[in-house]
Design a binder for this molecule. Sequence first.
Ligand SMILES: NC(=O)c1ccc[n+]([C@@H]2O[C@H](COP(=O)([O-])OP(=O)(O)OC[C@H]3O[C@@H](n4cnc5c(N)ncnc54)[C@H](OP(=O)(O)O)[C@@H]3O)[C@@H](O)[C@H]2O)c1
Length: 275
Amino acid sequence: MTQKLSDKKLAVLGAGKLGGILLRAYLKQELFAPKRVTATVSHAEKAAALSKELGVQVMTENRKAVPGADIVLLCVKPKVVAEVLNEIAPELNEKTLVISVAASVPTTYIEEHLGKKVPAVRVMPNTPSAVGCGMTGICRGAHAGAEHLETARAMFNAVGRTVVVDEKNMDAVTGLSASGPAFAYIILESLAEAGVKVGLPRDVATLLAAQTMKGAASVVLETGDHPALLKDAVTTPAGCTIDGILELEEGKLRVTLIKAVVKATSRAGELLFEK
Ligand SMILES: NC(=O)c1ccc[n+]([C@@H]2O[C@H](COP(=O)([O-])OP(=O)(O)OC[C@H]3O[C@@H](n4cnc5c(N)ncnc54)[C@H](OP(=O)(O)O)[C@@H]3O)[C@@H](O)[C@H]2O)c1
């Protein structure tokens, strides 16, 4: 697949935070050849700066960035998606793969705005993709086949892990793994703050908190064991962990996290309809 992608022409429309993370990763890993990559942003000065930094063609006109593209990676905000699709539709054909990262934008919406049988894949990555530790949910539209899913998986496996889900679950993916890093940072920051409270220097407390969260996550991913079983293994009868757990339960940590993901999921469904 790496070989195949390096032959493809990629257009990244909206190379902002997320688009920029992906573009930088693809160029660094030589997944795509710089001469076969174009990108767009809305401000001319940003286009010039990005072009200089990355050594690829960056412009402000989407319509000029897509001719000949095999893959169009749509990274603009949800409310700009329709405008961009209308702009590029005349330049696309049924062989162009459109991959959209826009939260709340269904594949049917993309297909309707393009007005032809263009294969569309919807993905929901997260910002840890910047360090190769991303998590991306992927689903395909009506005209996309297994080969299109495979291309999207290869592009997002390059920055972390991927999972294919039904499109009806994409808002849930948004609420859990796309918003999730923000929730995790708050938990991590709170653990570090607790370390400071019990006498640790801040840098040591932050290191302990971050590596502990990374370690716990790695054990779940590598063993496949249920988190409750792993928690039980840490919790000695009448030891100190059970006292800490009692505080967490009294503070309603579980229900608070569940409610945070539920709220973020329902909000994810609304973004497209905002002015
Ligand atoms: N950030 C996340 O954690 C995350 C996670 C998953 C999915 N997403 C999705 O990723 C998308 C982008 O989010 P973001 O956080 O990366 O936003 P962002 O940093 O604001 O990036 C948006 C980019 O789009 C450019 N742009 C605006 N209008 C344009 C147009 N008409 N044509 C071409 N480019 C245009 C902007 O250009 P300028 O820079 O010149 O203003 C900017 O570079 C959203 O749809 C979001 O739902 C984000």
